[in-house]
Design a protein around this ligand. Structure first.
Ligand code: ZN
Length: 411
């Protein structure tokens, strides 16, 4: 069993508070969903984020770039909390995913490294969609098709249930079904001590997180706290809006309350706090189609360089004392306390010209056969749909194609 040598006590005595010579007991990762780096830096310059700055004064504030996987929520948190490229987790983007393979998440790695009795792993999450753990679902093809027709949206490339896209059409014993994969956190959440999502407001998220800290103060823990506010405000009002700034300020305020709680509970000196972000926001827009520029702010003073979104999990695992070389499959990222070549996200979306790989486990040939069988008299627009990556269409193009399909179906 792992026994920690509490050398940090010596460091504290030497006046180097929170400089851990040995692994810290605990780590808290606080997610600011959708907080754009430039916007945050402007707010820091205006002294509007005192709690983030207090943290970084003890440690570091670094640039993080997204160089793999979409700049969205599903791909973001899956990468941050596994350390893998999207082709290893199978979570490419919000609309193309599968459950993260069992055992690949930071939570599960820590559970098996320390033993389930020796660490508490917790996730307290604001969002319901995209940081979710729904089980895989199966539905009869005819039921699915009727449902989709009713809603006027048929996506034969990625069939699914409602917004649970990314499924596939399969045939078993002569009967057709639509299989929707489980959500990214389906396996991981079953191997953690707590996975709660959909808490919505920062206040509810933070109060729950603080209650969990109090409840587990005697144990070693890893806690992920997810604030959804900036993302929601950005989608509603845009990146340059007052609402977006207010939401980031609110993240900062609740982050401060969580660190204050750690201090009150006597945990702060043995706890590292990382503030991280899944994706930024398109400048002056209401979306994050390509927003690869984010940051990491922490009281961890061992960090020495800017990094990549996939470097965060290796940093966490290493700080708990894990031997990264023993992890299989090999982590895609490198810990941020080790030198590594700087990976900078290109200024323009590299995915625009390069088609994304197919979703894992999708049987392309099978689907193609099903698509033509299902299309009957609607070849023209549906044919077009088959050859188009709908995620790359503009909303107007998508609307036009949908209208065409509707027309062909006599609706
Ligand atoms: Zn978003």
């Amino acid at each position: 069993m792992f026994r920690q040598i509490r050398l940090w006590v010596i460091c504290v005595c030497a006046g180097l508070s929170t400089v851990f010579a040995e692994p810290p007991t605990n780590i808290v990762v606080i997610g600011w969903d959708g907080a754009q780096r430039d916007h945050v830096k402007e707010m820091i310059a205006g002294n509007e984020l005192p709690n983030l700055m207090a943290l970084c004064k003890e440690g570091k504030l670094i640039d993080i770039d997204v160089t793999d996987g979409m700049t969205d929520t599903k791909a973001g948190w899956s990468q941050i909390l596994t350390g893998y490229r999207s082709d290893i987790t199978g979570v490419y983007r919000n609309s193309r995913y599968q459950p993260i393979p069992e055992g690949y998440s930071v939570f599960e790695r820590l559970e098996s490294f320390f033993g389930p009795q020796n660490i508490v792993t917790l996730a307290v999450i604001g969002k319901k969609d995209h940081v979710d753990n729904d089980a895989p679902r199966r539905m009869e093809y005819d039921t699915w098709l009727a449902n989709e027709q009713k809603q006027g949206k048929i996506d034969l490339q990625r069939p699914g249930l409602g917004n649970l896209r990314g499924g596939r059409i399969i045939e078993e014993n002569g009967k057709k079904y639509v299989d929707t994969p489980g959500k990214p956190w389906y396996f991981a959440s079953r191997n953690m001590d707590l996975f709660v999502n959909g808490l919505d407001t920062n206040e509810r998220v933070a109060l729950r997180a603080m209650a969990e800290l109090a409840a587990h103060k005697e144990s070693r823990f890893f806690l992920f706290v997810h604030f959804a506010n900036p993302d929601h405000a950005g989608h509603k009002r845009g990146e340059n809006s007052q609402a977006y700034s207010d939401a980031i300020r609110d993240d900062d305020a609740w982050t401060g309350k969580i660190t204050a709680k750690l201090k009150e509970l006597g945990l702060y000196d043995k706890t590292l706090v990382y503030v991280v972000v899944d994706h930024g926001f398109d400048e002056d827009k209401k979306g994050h189609n390509y927003a690869p520029y984010v940051f990491l702010g922490t009281n961890d003073s061992t960090i020495i360089r800017d990094g990549d979104r996939m470097d965060i999990a290796p940093t966490i695992l290493k700080r708990y004392g894990m031997d990264l070389a023993a992890i299989k499959p090999a982590l895609s990222g490198k810990p941020l306390d080790e030198p590594a070549a700087r990976k900078v996200a290109p200024a323009r979306n590299p995915n625009i010209r390069r088609p994304l790989p197919p979703p894992p486990r999708r049987l392309a040939a099978e689907n193609t056969a099903e698509e033509s069988a299902a299309s009957k008299g609607e070849q023209t627009a549906l044919e077009q749909l088959k050859e188009t990556d709908v995620d790359k269409m503009t909303p107007l193009e998508a609307k036009r194609l949908l209208t065409e399909i509707k027309k062909e179906m006599g609706r």
